[in-house]
Design a protein around this ligand. Sequence first.
Ligand SMILES: NC(=O)c1ccc[n+]([C@@H]2O[C@H](COP(=O)([O-])OP(=O)(O)OC[C@H]3O[C@@H](n4cnc5c(N)ncnc54)[C@H](O)[C@@H]3O)[C@@H](O)[C@H]2O)c1
Length: 707
Amino acid sequence: MSDLVTYTSDGELAVITINNPPVNALSPAVPEGIAASIERANADPSINGIVLIGGGRTFIAGADIKEFGKVVAGEKEEGSLLPLLLALEDSAKPVVAALHGSAFGGGLEIAMACHYRVADKGAQVGQPEVKLGIIPGAAGTQRLPRLAGVEKAVEMCVSGAPVKAAEALAAGIVDQLITGDLLAGALAFLREKIAAGATPPKTRERHDKLGDEATNAAIFAAAREKAKKTARGLHAPFAAIDAVEAATKLPFDEGCQRERELFRQCLFSDQAKALMHVFFAEREVAKIPGLSPEAKPVAIQQAAIIGAGTMGGGIAMNFANAGVPVLLKETTQEALDRGLATITKNYANTVKKGRLGEEAMQQRLALITPTLSYDGFENADVIIEAVFENMALKKDIFTELDNRAKAGALLASNTSSLNLDEIAATTSRPASVIGLHFFSPANVMRLLEIVRGKATSDETIVSAFALAKLMKKVGVLVGNCHGFVGNRMFFQYMREAYFLVEEGAAVEAVDKALTNFGMAMGLLAVDDMAGIDVGVKVRQENAKNEPAGRRQPLVADKLYALGRYGQKTGAGWYKYDENRRAIPDAEVAALIEQTATEAGIQRREISAEEIVERCVYALINEGAKILEEGFALRAGDIDIVYLNGYGFAAWRGGPMWYADTVGVKNVYDRVCEFHAEHGAWWEPAPLLKRLAETGGTFAAWDKAKTE
Ligand SMILES: NC(=O)c1ccc[n+]([C@@H]2O[C@H](COP(=O)([O-])OP(=O)(O)OC[C@H]3O[C@@H](n4cnc5c(N)ncnc54)[C@H](O)[C@@H]3O)[C@@H](O)[C@H]2O)c1
């Protein structure tokens, strides 16, 4: 018997325990071990019932995702849990699954094939497969509607969201909640059932919750309508609905076959590959090669922030949300009051939406101490500067911090564009200085670029990652180049959108092509949201470091001159109604046309395909330069930046993964064409060229680097 599954007995009941830490994932030996244990229990005349339970902190949190990857790569035959599930369900001796922690994916599928399910109050169940671009593949879509009803099953399989034990009980997924010791409760539950002479119920033979055709048709139609909006571009949610529909229309075995077909279509799709890449890239991103294993993060018990503006306020909320007291310093009482009013308003909105209790809001606010002085900064474990983007000001502040902060405290700047090394050099401890580049709104956006300066120590880096984790952010280590990773790529990306409108694409056509591709927003709508004034200033700054003589966008400056700054002035690339809804503006179209004509730009029809290529390949080309120059560790890290900070669709895998999907050679060829047509901005990245010429991929490049 496998080490991952142990068999013991408690009197006349067998106890099968899964021990595959950390999450009891269904690695190959686990199903085998369970099957063997079921057989053993059935063969033993002294046993008359079976408890299946997880060792450690959880039941079975799901499939071993690496195994999916191997199947997709053709390295491994596809396994199936179905025979095990039938063996469980057909066991002559009743089986109860005792759930704690998570029973997700294959874990829930196993539990549903047992005759009974009991759960600890803190347990959660779910079919999260859609998040990886697939659907349940072991009868989850067939058994779940039989237990929970069609509507609940659709909701769970389409959203992938976990369901808490109490809700699972109400839905009929779980038969009883256990307070106190789970195993003892499960044993007692089973003894009761056996004593009552109950026939072990088989989920697959139940039909009472499968509903009638008319009601079901309405449920499926509504679910498909909803998924069109909430799961734009994704295939798996629709496949999940189809599979549950099959459960209502076909006998169980045929339903399982249909589910299998749909599962396989999803598993071998580009979307699933991309989403699995994202899953692994998120886990890789915190692994920093070369760091000393001795480097330990500082314990963060007190924080301090300088500047209570847009960013400082949001960052303070992150600390408060994590339960860490934070000092928030400003220069004037007025600025301080304004900053706190914004924080309070943000929390109040969350309370209004029912996502935070009033008491929790007060507790969090109480953790934020407004101040006009540096008193107390000497106790801070981490200090984050978020004042105006001005080098002289930041240098003054870091000089002050150097005098005040305790040894070992993390000294961070939230600068977007200033040279971190220059800031660090004003201190006597550049090793403790790091960039923490939050994204706006800082209390919402998940991305945190962790900027490593040339003197930043390993301790400082691990502390920054620990901080990211504390704040539930995804930290990505980047190098100290202009714009770091995200914005440096964004400059190229946005410029192409500007050029495209000047060359003949309508503003809304550019945005629509990008949202159809999967971006959360179109670039020109983003520009209106971020502020055209901000963009113009950034470009003026950038221009100081750019080679002279390159084509510059024209229309954005004109919008700026007209005071059309975007949403905040009610007009930018679009005009906005009172609900901030973007409306195409004929005046802007005329301005663009006139500007282009005056500049002698040839206007033409531009296809959605070209719009996407111009914008996305600009990202890829710059990403390849960043990679080779060492400002990002891995192509996967760049993808994580774009997915979490810039609204790139997860099912596209991020820009660099997308390049692999299209074929690096195809991307490179187009980049060369754009270079010939549009000039120096499109200078192909040497790495892109090399990969194209050698048949390489960014994924393989990453792998070679980490091996
Ligand atoms: N806004 C963004 O989207 C964004 C995103 C990432 C990074 N950043 C960077 O974050 C930093 C702050 O940007 P912001 O948008 O929050 O600016 P902001 O103008 O909203 O806020 C800056 C605040 O700093 C205060 N301040 C100035 N000098 C101070 C001092 N000596 N002591 C205490 N407070 C002082 C100001 O009164 C002001 O309230 C900048 O470096 C910016 O580049 C901004």
